[in-house]
Design a protein around this ligand. Structure first.
Ligand SMILES: [Zn+2]
Length: 202
């Protein structure tokens, strides 16, 4: 599905995105996350996925430097371990594809997911980390519960939170031929999706 938002320059940015499937619960509290709830009342998410909303309803960044939000922001105490969760219908173990600078200090994992009678690759991006765990180096297989890093505010000074973003790899893409890093989140390689489509239910 395509959507658009108006950038600070005034130009319209058109992008693809995969909205929440109607059968998936809307409440963020129905899902499991890589960190414990960090908000009052057992809530996790301070700022949710809004790329499916009309332009005026999308998030404006603090400095109006960016528009829209393709992930979930999970506030937590700096240093809180970020423990990998397996996605719904995941096949086998996830694999670390990238660990370095992207959305601040960032780890990206690849997850093969069975859906609609076929297997697709999804990317999970953990952004603004304080540090990367020793075991989270590219190529490492990471079972459920593996700590990939610690919550921080790199690239988002003084806003300590985990930016959790999920992207579906395009069918024609061979990830083995995509350079690790920013290319993984290029629109030609992967499409941002509502994390509720694949996060595991509680
Ligand atoms: Zn975010």
């Amino acid at each position: 599905m395509t959507n658009a938002h108006r950038e600070r320059s005034g130009k319209w940015a058109i992008y693809e995105q995969i909205p929440r499937l109607p059968e998936r619960p809307a409440e963020y509290e129905a899902y499991r996350y890589p960190v414990p709830p960090g908000m009052p009342g057992g809530k996790y998410v301070v700022s949710g996925y809004d790329l499916d909303r009309p332009d005026p309803l999308q998030r404006r960044g603090r400095t109006l430097s960016h528009v829209g939000h393709g992930g979930l922001d999970l506030p937590q105490v700096k240093g809180t371990p970020v423990a990998l969760v397996a996605l719904e219908h995941q096949q086998g173990e996830a694999e670390v594809l990238f660990a370095g600078k992207l959305f601040g200090t960032t780890v990206i994992t690849r997850h093969a997911v069975r859906e609609g009678g076929r297997t697709r690759d999804y990317l999970v991006l953990y952004g603004h980390l304080d540090s990367i765990a020793a075991g989270a180096s590219p190529g490492a297989k990471v079972p459920e519960g593996t700590v990939v890093g610690a919550v921080g505010d790199t690239g988002s000074p003084e806003l300590v939170h985990l930016h959790l973003e999920i992207r579906r790899v395009r069918d024609a893409v061979d990830l083995g031929k995509v350079p690790a890093g920013g290319s993984l989140i290029a629109e030609s390689v992967s499409v941002v999706c509502d994390p509720r489509n694949v996060l595991p239910l509680k």
